[in-house]
Design a protein around this ligand. Structure first.
Ligand code: F3S
Length: 278
């Protein structure tokens, strides 16, 4: 069986940057998981004593606290600055962009539409920057638009960085049919696309696909769904311990891809284990 990696996979710029920052601040803590990968979070804990806080109330006055790649809500940041000794911002610059757009456009009197997942920390952070929290609306599909009442005639749109462009376009098309002024910002991150395009290509050739990444990571789940479209034997795993020998029986081509938060050392362990099945 041939094993091949997608032409683009794994760590994106924002995640590499956040990890570099965390490694620089030994004995600090992150507010929420720094990235969506438990193995890497454990490594940062073991090698650099970077802890993890889930609540603002966990923060102590002498702490150095690192803000995760997805960002945090504006008011949490304010609180954090009051309670910690030092706050280090590891929010990905591609996430800071929609935060700033929402802030500026809502100040200019635009209603805000966010294409994304209301429960996602990035979206919670981005929406918190709206001047009027009652006029920021989060949708996942065209259908969700039906129940929205915008306060203004002008609408500004941003998207969660890891969403699909095609779905964003569908929502914008529907919106523009009923509204006079719609300003659209393409805030979707290219790193996600590059990994997605490469996953699409390799999954067309593969008879078994392994997608490595955090099960709660939105971009990993999307890679998995793209692979499933082309290869029904596509498996999403967090690390090599989840691999099953039977997946590779009678297979000729195993493709591998990994989400934007998956470190190379996790990918290598997966490859080694698959090799050992041969
Ligand atoms: Fe940033 Fe894009 Fe990665 S938004 S965290 S570079 S997937």
């Amino acid at each position: 069986m041939k094993i091949e990696l997608a032409s683009n996979y794994g760590f994106c710029f924002g995640v590499k940057r956040a990890i570099d920052i965390a490694q620089k601040y030994e004995n600090s803590a992150t507010m929420g998981p720094l990235i969506h990968n438990q193995d890497e979070i454990n490594r940062l804990k073991n090698d650099f004593n970077v802890g993890l806080y889930s609540n603002l109330s966990d923060v102590k006055p002498n702490d150095t606290v690192i803000i995760r790649t997805h960002g945090i809500p504006k008011n949490d940041l304010k609180e954090l600055k009051k309670s910690a000794k030092k706050v280090i911002n590891a929010t990905c610059p591609f996430v800071t962009t929609p935060q700033n757009i929402v802030k500026n456009m809502s100040k200019e009197g635009y209603s805000i539409l966010i294409f994304g997942d209301l429960e996602h920390p990035e979206v919670k952070g981005v929406m918190s920057y709206a001047a009027d929290l009652e006029d920021v609306h989060v949708v996942l599909s065209v259908k969700d638009l039906e129940k929205i009442i915008f306060k203004n005639k002008k609408i500004a749109c941003v998207a969660q960085t890891t969403k699909k462009k095609e779905c964003y376009l569908e929502i914008i098309n529907a919106l523009i049919l009923k509204n006079k002024e719609v300003r659209v910002f393409n805030t979707i991150c290219d790193a996600t696309f590059e990994n997605q395009d490469a996953a699409r290509e390799i999954s067309k050739k593969a008879d078994v696909m392994i997608v490595i990444g955090g099960k709660s990571s939105s971009n990993t789940k999307q890679l998995h769904s793209i692979c499933l479209e082309n290869c029904k034997d596509s498996h999403l795993i967090e690390n090599e311990t989840e691999l099953e020998n039977s997946w590779f029986k009678n297979k000729e081509f195993c493709g591998i891809t990994a989400g934007a938060s998956t470190p190379d050392w996790v990918i290598q362990k997966v490859i080694d284990k698959i090799e050992s099945f041969k």
